[in-house]
Design a protein around this ligand. Structure first.
Ligand code: NAP
Length: 333
């Protein structure tokens, strides 16, 4: 099959389209003919080697962490899907590779795609919507009337997290650049701070939850806007020893993560705040909840741009610019 492959890790690695063997279909898997796959910063971080410690892959590696397509075959133990079903998924960490003609994914990580979406639109959702769900519903347990600050509201995660938080009944603040400020309000943000002109830490007060997706500066400033007992949840690091334990990472890796996160954990503790790191995981049951939210009109995918499969390298480079408004999709068919 044709696939977008990296041969080595490195900032200069661009990847290439080449031939790879079709994936092995295990008894619990569905084999999906990929129609579309969206781009995530995770693809670029894997490509650069930044995630080697946490996600040790064998090279050459097919990149891609999001898919929408048609089931072509199911494993012997699969009962919930049949050939012809239109599905979407974020594959499990150790089985990525959606920038390809075919991908095999555990059936428990797959869901039927929302009927109201095309396959291109559906491909924009799984990873970012699961991230938003695992941060806001699972970790923060966000309740009606609570105040949440979602950084980078125009990004892939931000644009879905705003809609989900609003659906949960929260009061939502976000940051965007000048050009995207009005648009973020249409997603449901109650307060939009233009980060080019104002510092969010001097405007926001008494928040219950922060979703941090930016750097160290924003992470530390987020502590200032939380009320006592508030929860700072970061998806851009630093990872915690609790995350290392959950993932069963080796002892030396756990010690590295302990050191990396010691500062923010200590500062949060002194202020009576909680700090968590979330690294999203594949989950078909949660994806079914997301399908229902899309079908009820509560959330919709946001697509900046779509590229043909032959231009997957350009799609990744566009994502790496950090300026995408919503998601970048690769159309494999
Ligand atoms: N841990 C996890 O499970 C997990 C899951 C998903 C993503 N992530 C991480 O979360 C981060 C965001 O992911 P993403 O997919 O949302 O990225 P993205 O879509 O590539 O983010 C691009 C957006 O960020 C905005 N932005 C850039 N700098 C900003 C700033 N200083 N303040 C406010 N907005 C800013 C840009 O808006 P302007 O053009 O207007 O500046 C652009 O719309 C990445 O580091 C990614 O690796 C982690």
């Amino acid at each position: 099959m044709k696939a977008f492959i990296i041969d080595r890790y490195g900032k200069k690695e661009v990847g290439r389209i080449g031939e790879m063997p079709a994936p092995e279909v295990r008894d619990d898997d569905v084999l999906i003919q990929v129609h579309a796959a969206s781009v995530n910063p995770l693809d670029s971080k894997i490509k650069s080697g930044e995630f080697k410690l946490i996600l040790p892959y064998r090279l050459p590696l097919v990149l891609g962490n999001d898919v929408a397509g048609k089931v072509v075959r199911v494993g012997a133990r699969v009962r919930d899907f049949k050939p012809g079903d239109e599905v979407y998924a974020r594959p499990d960490d150790d089985r990525i590779g959606t920038f390809a003609e075919l991908v095999a994914i555990k059936a428990s990580s797959v869901a039927l795609k929302p009927r109201s979406l095309s396959l291109v639109e559906a491909a924009a959702l799984p990873l970012v919507a699961l991230t938003a769900w695992q941060v806001l519903v699972e970790t923060a347990k966000l309740k009606k009337g609570q105040k949440v600050f979602i950084q980078a509201g125009s990004g892939g995660v931000g644009s879905i997290a705003i809609q989900l938080a609003k659906h949960l009944g929260a009061f939502v603040a976000t940051t965007t650049s000048t050009a995207n400020a009005d648009w973020a309000k249409t997603l449901g943000a109650d307060v939009v701070i233009d980060y080019k002109k104002q510092d969010f830490a001097s405007v926001l007060r008494d928040y219950d939850v922060v979703l941090n997706s930016l750097g160290n500066d924003e992470l530390n400033k987020s502590l200032q806007i939380l009320k006592p007992g508030g929860h700072l949840i970061s998806i851009s690091g630093p990872p915690t020893p609790a995350f290392a334990a959950e993932r069963g990472l080796a002892w030396p890796v756990k010690q590295v993560l302990r050191l990396l996160s010691a500062g923010i954990r200590r500062k949060a503790r002194h202020k009576g705040l909680h700090y968590s790191f979330v690294f999203m995981r594949a989950d078909g049951a949660q994806l079914r909840e997301i399908t229902a939210l899309v079908e009820s009109g509560a959330i919709r995918p946001v697509i900046d741009n779509a590229f043909p499969f032959a231009d997957t390298d350009k799609a990744l480079a566009y994502g790496e610019s950090g300026r995408a408004k919503g998601k970048v999709v690769v159309q494999v068919i």
